[in-house]
Design a protein around this ligand. Structure first.
Ligand code: SAM
Length: 237
């Protein structure tokens, strides 16, 4: 079994840093994340233009390259070659924690195969931020990320989750939000839900109520922005 030590950037040893970045408010970044982003040889970013804005804000001039779903195999090989040569690489996504419903999994597998150390630089994630203010039990929970964009398949996925007693967390895009809530109402019944919109941003809003109330609210005002939903698990009989 291979373990890696939680050290910071060591110029003699290649390592991959999984760096969490803000989900909106640029102040939500740790001192350690800033130091790692400044010190590594290369930042691999889901969208280089997006990450450049963060780096410019903090006056970080580290070279940057793209790493996204479309180039992850070829780019992963290039990154592993640089890591094996002793370079330090930070992986970031557009927002929050890389690999959580974001690119990164394949790169981790490639690094693990050749024993490259991988270190987390923890910080924001929309699922945890939304859960923390939902007002639903969280001693344990289920994170589902995005369900299918197609209603039929989504309902089947929800049916599989119907008996789950733990609180459930989902990501959903604004234009599918109401359809998603309707499917949840149909499959789960009228449970409690918290809809976290634009967390840490100017138009942050946290709705808490029943599924019917949520549908009513978001049906009348077409939803805009980014949404995370936290839904009560099945009540004990
Ligand atoms: N890896 C990211 C993380 O750790 O937060 C999540 C990436 S996923 C592709 C993006 C989804 O996260 C959005 O579609 C939305 O559902 C949710 N999200 C991101 N930022 C958010 C915010 N500020 N408020 C609410 N939800 C957000």
């Amino acid at each position: 079994m291979k373990t890696s030590q939680p050290t910071d950037v060591n110029p003699t040893e290649g390592a991959l840093y999984i760096v969490s970045t803000p989900i909106g408010n640029l102040e939500d970044i740790t001192l350690r994340a800033l130091r790692v982003l400044k010190t590594v040889d290369l930042i691999a970013a889901e969208d280089t233009r997006h990450t450049r804005r963060l780096l410019a804000h903090y006056e970080i001039y580290t070279p940057i390259t793209s790493y996204f779903e479309g180039n992850q195999i070829r780019k992963g090989e290039q990154l592993v070659a640089r890591l094996e040569a002793g370079e330090a690489v930070a992986l970031v996504s557009d927002a929050g924690t890389p690999t959580i419903s974001d690119p990164g999994y394949r790169l981790l597998v490639q690094c693990i195969e050749v024993d490259i150390p991988i270190m987390p630089i923890p910080g924001p994630s929309a699922c945890i931020a939304a859960a923390s203010v939902a007002g639903l039990p969280l001693h344990n929970f289920v994170f589902e990320g995005f369900l299918s964009p197609k209603s039929g398949r989504r309902k089947r996925q929800l049916t599989d989750l119907c008996e789950e007693r733990r609180t459930l967390i989902f990501y959903e895009s604004p234009h599918r939000l109401v359809a998603f809530l309707r499917d949840v109402l149909e499959v789960f019944g009228d449970r409690r839900v918290s809809v976290a919109r634009e967390l840490t941003k100017r138009f942050e809003e946290i709705f808490r109520g029943t599924m019917t109330e949520a549908i009513e609210k978001f049906r009348s005002t077409p939803p805009r922005g980014e949404f995370t939903l936290v839904i009560a698990g099945k009540a004990s009989d």
